[in-house]
Ligand binder design. Structure first.
Ligand SMILES: [Zn+2]
Length: 240
């Protein structure tokens, strides 16, 4: 127990990264890592698995722009990098972030760590066996009201992402409006990814308006728009 705690605090203490755009330090889970591809192109590494030196950025388009202007990528990666359009890179990051959320939900479903549907989620909440809740963005208002209330009183974080039909793929094709994640570690990862996706989406939406107003190229916000929203940020989140 004490050993576990020590391990955890060590991991936390060492997991800060400096953004190459704004130079602010952030928890590494809340940064976007990019690496240099074989041709000098930048590749986002949201899975944290790509080898080699990485540069970290806030999930904010302004930092992608700043890093491009200052040529921080080449400096930080210690090799010439090619970046024509930070908006294109940001789009890829946004899409990968969404895929990462799907991948975590798939893992949960495969490993029976996913609690599907209102009745099962209710039971799990009562027995304190749920670490994170996900509501579909098109779930009925009554279900949303009920789940959000219960989540608050149980101090379980609850996010609203994807649609009933998107979530059905994690429930053998059957419509799914609410799900819970049982596994604490996986819930923490999913929580971080959702918050990051939320920040990326908000930034993309702002940028889209700014670039359009300035008559520059357009940043297309793919299917993510309007689909990732945090439902109750006031709760204390997935507990370990
Ligand atoms: Zn930054």
């Amino acid at each position: 127990m004490a050993r576990n705690r020590r391990k955890k605090s060590k991991r936390r203490a060492g997991s800060f990264r400096t953004c190459v755009g704004c130079r602010k330090r952030r928890p590494s889970g809340m940064t976007v890592r990019v690496v240099r591809g074989p041709g000098g192109e930048l590749l986002p590494d949201l899975y944290g698995k790509l080898p080699g030196r990485g540069a970290h950025l806030c999930p904010d388009f302004a930092c992608f722009e700043k890093a491009t202007e200052k040529n921080s990528f080449s400096r930080s990666l210690r090799a010439p990098t090619r970046i024509e359009d930070p908006a294109k890179l940001f789009e890829v990051v946004l899409e990968s972030s969404r895929n990462q959320i799907r991948a975590i939900l798939s893992t949960a479903a495969r490993s029976a760590w996913l609690i599907a549907g209102r009745t099962n989620v209710d039971n799990a909440l009562r027995n304190k066996q749920v670490a994170l809740l996900v509501l579909a963005t098109d779930a009925s208002a009554s279900l949303v009201g009920e789940i959000v209330d219960k989540a608050k009183s149980g101090k379980v974080r609850c996010h609203s992402i994807l649609t009933v039909s998107d979530l059905s793929r994690f429930h053998r094709g059957k419509p799914l409006a609410v799900l819970g994640i049982r596994h604490r570690g996986l819930a923490r990862r999913l929580n971080t990814e959702i918050i990051k996706a939320f920040a990326l989406t908000t930034s993309a939406e702002k940028t889209e308006n700014r670039l359009a107003t300035a008559g520059h190229g357009q940043l297309t916000v793919p299917a993510v728009r309007g689909k990732i929203r945090e439902r109750n940020s006031g709760t204390s989140g997935a507990r370990s």
